[in-house]
Design a protein around this ligand. Structure first.
Ligand code: ZN
Ligand code: ZN
Length: 372
């Protein structure tokens, strides 16, 4: 499939210009330049560094949005601990490359309707999709499709999952307020460390429907710095929360608020709770999913069709929330990512990329076929 082989070289170039969420300057310029050189109409600087390539068949038909994320993950540089470096350890360089290769193939090969090649910034901080929605990217869209390279633990190399089931996810920040006192006179103060410990233990006793998948865990704890002989004035606890659907998320957050309120009453103090970075769970169109399964079999054979995969949060699902009539789907690419996503030095077998670009192209051609 030489038509799609360019995805490999494109990804290698994008890999070298990895940029953090919201700072995708060079990545935006690279995408804009590629699309323009290949005669695809471009809008850019959308919601920061977002780019939309437009392919119009000139005939009536649905609008298909193909979405790739653009940002990389930031790490401390071990050689220069004061500096941060960005690295494409979530494979978003691969997603851009596949979408560019698919765009080239789709330019003159859809019967009807339009294709929007949507390059979305700021996926990792879960802000990009909402910003693209605010910028009006979604206004005329009927179908939305995205995909992700998968860890080898989830999908063997060469296998495609027709449906990646993302959790609803949220980061919850809790600030436990105390009253300062000498540690030897602790009855004169309120110890926020003990209140935070009580709160964290309380989340372990939370009861939700055992038929549902959910989890809550404290991932960060910090407090006012100072003498070990002084009761601190505040402690911050960060929780990561994941649930299999939005209703379970609502229930879990309601119960967490109750535990927070109860802890505050027991300790006679005040506890603030704020929800940061949340995203809804997946909500796919069954017919669209079937079309993806059929296309995987058509292109690569029955053996290439993998199972549904589970995964963490994805801000792609804000698109469906914003436009409930949108028909969404999301496939997983068995790229053998090792040792795992978000781990420095993450690597995968890039020879899968032409196949992923081909799949993206064929699915879109079917959605925009005159026979539909
Ligand atoms: Zn990621
Ligand atoms: Zn990712």
């Amino acid at each position: 499939m030489p038509q799609f082989d360019c995805a490999i070289a494109l990804r290698r170039e994008l890999h070298n210009i990895a940029e953090p969420s919201g700072e995708e300057v060079l990545t935006e310029a690279y995408i804009v330049d590629f699309l323009r050189r290949n005669g695809i109409a471009v809008e850019h600087s959308i919601a920061g560094h977002g780019v939309v390539g437009l392919i119009d068949s000139g005939r009536e038909g649905p609008v298909v949005m193909l979405r790739a994320d653009m940002d990389a993950i930031v790490y401390h540089d071990p050689d220069h601990p004061e500096q941060m470096v960005a690295e494409h350890t979530c494979g978003h360089d691969a997603h851009i490359a596949c979408l560019l290769a698919a765009g080239l193939a789709l330019k003159n090969s859809v019967d009807c309707g339009r294709v929007k090649l949507v390059f979305q910034p700021s996926q990792e901080n879960l802000l990009g999709a909402l910003a693209m929605i605010d910028a009006g990217v979604l206004d005329d869209v009927d179908y939305a499709l995205s995909s992700h390279v998968m860890p080898i633990q989830d999908l063997p190399f060469g296998i495609f999952s027709p449906s990646v089931h993302h959790n609803a996810a949220a980061t919850v920040k809790v600030t436990v307020h105390g009253v300062q006192a000498h540690a030897a006179y602790e009855h004169l103060g309120i110890n926020p460390v003990e209140a935070a410990a009580h709160l964290i233990s309380g989340t372990g006793l939370m009861k939700l429907n055992a038929q549902k998948c959910w989890s809550i865990k404290a991932t960060r704890i910090s407090g006012e710095p100072g003498s070990s002989a002084t009761i601190a004035r505040h402690v911050e606890v960060t929780f990561d929360v994941q649930t299999e659907d939005d209703a379970t998320m609502d229930e879990l957050l309601h119960k967490l608020r109750n535990i927070v309120d109860g802890t505050a009453r027991i300790f006679g103090t005040h506890i603030d709770l704020s929800i940061k970075n949340h995203c809804p769970a997946y909500d796919y169109d069954p017919e669209f999913e079937s079309l993806i399964s059929d296309t995987i079999i058509e292109l690569f054979g029955e053996a290439a069709l993998g199972p549904h995969c589970a995964c963490g949060g994805e801000d792609f699902h804000f698109y469906k929330k914003a436009r409930p009539t949108l028909r969404c789907a999301y496939f997983g690419i068995g790229a053998a990512c090792e040792p795992g996503l978000h781990t420095r030095g993450m690597h995968f077998d890039e020879s899968i990329l032409p196949q992923a670009a081909r799949l993206l192209t064929r699915i879109t051609q079917k959605l925009l076929s005159a026979k539909n």
